[in-house]
Design a binder for this molecule. Structure first.
Ligand code: TEU
Ligand code: CA
Length: 544
């Protein structure tokens, strides 16, 4: 496969509202991000994926855009944005923008005009349908945020579709004018020197509403080819699609180089394993054998015909160390174990802000502490359907998106050094122990462990391009695998449990072993009877 710069890049995701507030209004902003570029450069990341900073009423914290070529005043100015792109570039860091074009905000001028009359030239920028004879919605499609996906518009006597909040009307991707408007805007941003796009719920733009089809419609890939050719194609940019419904087969359609669509996609099969029957509000415990099977499947099936993104969390998901590790006594050790397993895999790794210091879920006690529209909508919908307050509060504590959106914890100073003012959402009370300043002063620093992992990725081509070979595949508590290329053989071994155990790796007993990285300072290994302490993880270089 032809080498691309983003094959061995490491991406850091910033949720701007919660990263760093530079002007004391309690909301993170662009100048706050600029003040932390040295921190990110030292970590060793090559790309910042910046969640939306465009003008927005903030119904969905910026994923509801009212003007694509203007910066939301609470985040700063276009000059601040241009300065961020330039200063990041000076540090060898590219800025990947979040492209949210399945829908706009209802406050976008296109939608405002579409609502004026059925004859508006913008009417067909959106998806309108008549009510059924009895006045009810055209069909029973539900919003992903709970409730019906149809909103009645009284003045023009039609429904419009919104797969997310009713303030996020879906764009009509059957309308060539929408294609042209979006492509023009994308090229405007490309001309500003950005490093690429993260494409929000891009699998939905091929929707066929009257057939009840939302994801993976038959027009989806032709639309992506067309977008590629009209904008980022041939410009060596990183493009990553958010595709909740992707299987490895579908992921190849998006990311096989010869298809000229995207660089890679975010798939969520490993994430939804802890959702009972696909319902995120019924959280269930991690089943490691299933988790290993899914991750192994994606490594083997996408090996040379596409490209994996690698992530445990993002701004929509719970904190990795709480979800898949142990955010109590083994917080830092299990966070390092998770990082070792992820960064040893084949693909482009994504670090979500705070993951590099093992920030944890917040599990608020009171509903009012939560801000996320999805959580608040589902609390209403589910409790009205009879689910108890306690059960929904447990579900929000486990899988609510605000777990990832509490302010970045920079120090043990008030408000974790995130703001001089009152933060828009409460800081996780554990900021007094979990923060950048204390982590960097500690001999057990998680940040420095991530630095070492990122440096290893740059040093060993086998990590980026080597084959993935499962080891101890049947073990129900240990995840182990080889990465091989030419003479190089690296092995990752990770104890995903809080128990001490012994494993038999005698097939490697003839090899000498050099510990490239270990989360317990361990440097020697008896492969015949390898003892693993709770959450032990290491990457070993094997040589004959
Ligand atoms: O997310 C799509 C999406 O379906 C998840 O947000 C949703 O929360 C799901 O239940 C998984 O938790 C994208 C963005 O990442 C998200 O922040 C936006 O709210 C959403 O699209 C609408 O733009
Ligand atoms: Ca601010």
């Amino acid at each position: 496969m032809e080498q691309k710069w983003w094959h061995d890049a490491v991406v850091y995701q910033i949720y701007p509202r919660s990263f760093c507030d530079s002007n004391g209004d309690g909301i993170g902003d662009l100048n706050g991000i600029r003040s932390k570029l040295d921190y990110l450069q030292e970590l060793g990341v090559d790309v910042i994926w910046l969640s939306p900073v465009y003008q927005s009423p903030m119904d969905d914290n910026g994923y509801d855009i009212s003007s694509y070529q203007a910066i939301a005043p609470e985040f700063g100015t276009m000059q601040d944005m241009e300065a961020l792109i330039a200063e990041a570039k000076q540090r060898g860091i590219r800025i990947v923008m979040d492209l949210v074009v399945n829908h706009t905000s209802d406050e976008h001028s296109w939608f405002q005009q579409a609502c004026e009359s059925k004859d508006s030239p913008y009417r067909d920028y959106y998806v309108w349908r008549d009510a059924k004879p009895d006045g009810s919605a055209p069909n029973d499609l539900d919003s992903i945020f709970g409730g019906s996906a149809w909103q009645w518009h009284e003045p023009t006597q039609q429904y419009y579709i919104h797969l997310f909040s009713k303030k996020q009307p879906d764009l009509n991707w059957e309308n060539p004018k929408v294609h042209d408007e979006v492509h023009r805007m994308m090229n405007w941003w490309i001309d500003k020197g950005i490093g690429g796009f993260r494409l929000d719920v891009i699998d939905l733009i091929g929707k066929e509403i009257d057939k009840g089809i939302t994801g993976n419609g038959e027009r989806l890939h032709p639309l992506l080819k067309q977008m590629n050719q009209a904008t980022f194609g041939g410009k060596d940019l990183l493009t990553v699609g958010e595709t909740w419904g992707a299987t490895p087969e579908i992921a190849k359609l998006y990311s096989a180089p010869e298809r000229d669509e995207l660089s890679m996609v975010f798939q969520f099969e490993h994430i939804t394993l802890t959702w009972k029957d696909g319902d995120k509000w019924q959280p269930i415990a991690l089943d490691l054998p299933e988790f290993k099977r899914v991750l192994t499947k994606w490594q083997l099936e996408l090996a040379d015909q596409g490209w994996n993104s690698l992530f445990w969390n993002n701004h929509d998901l719970p904190r990795a160390v709480s979800k898949y590790g142990d955010d109590g006594v083994y917080r830092t050790k299990s966070a390092k174990m998770l990082a070792t397993v992820l960064h040893g895999l084949k693909g482009t790794p994504y670090i979500y802000q705070g993951e590099e210091i093992a920030m944890t879920n917040v599990k608020f006690e009171r509903l009012e502490q939560y801000k996320d529209i999805e959580s608040l909508n589902f609390y209403k919908v589910r409790t009205q359907a009879g689910v108890s307050h306690e059960e929904m509060m447990h579900a929000l504590g486990e899988n609510g998106r605000d777990n990832a959106r509490t302010p970045m914890q920079w120090s043990a100073a008030p408000q974790a050094g995130f703001t001089q003012g009152t933060p828009w959402i409460e800081v996780n009370p554990n900021y007094t122990e979990v923060n950048v300043e204390d982590d960097q002063a500690s001999s057990d620093s998680v940040y420095r462990y991530y630095q070492s992992l990122i440096a290893l990725r740059k040093r060993y081509r086998a990590i980026v391009h080597g084959d993935f070979i499962p080891v101890l595949e049947q073990h129900d508590k240990v995840f182990a695998y080889l990465r091989t290329e030419g003479e190089t053989r690296l092995m990752v071994v990770a104890n995903f449990s809080g128990e001490s155990l012994t494993v038999d790796l005698s097939e490697f007993s003839q090899s000498s072993a050099e510990a490239l990285l270990s989360n317990s300072g361990r440097t020697t290994f008896d492969f015949n009877k390898l003892e693993l302490k709770p959450y032990d993880a290491f990457m070993i270089k094997l040589s004959e």
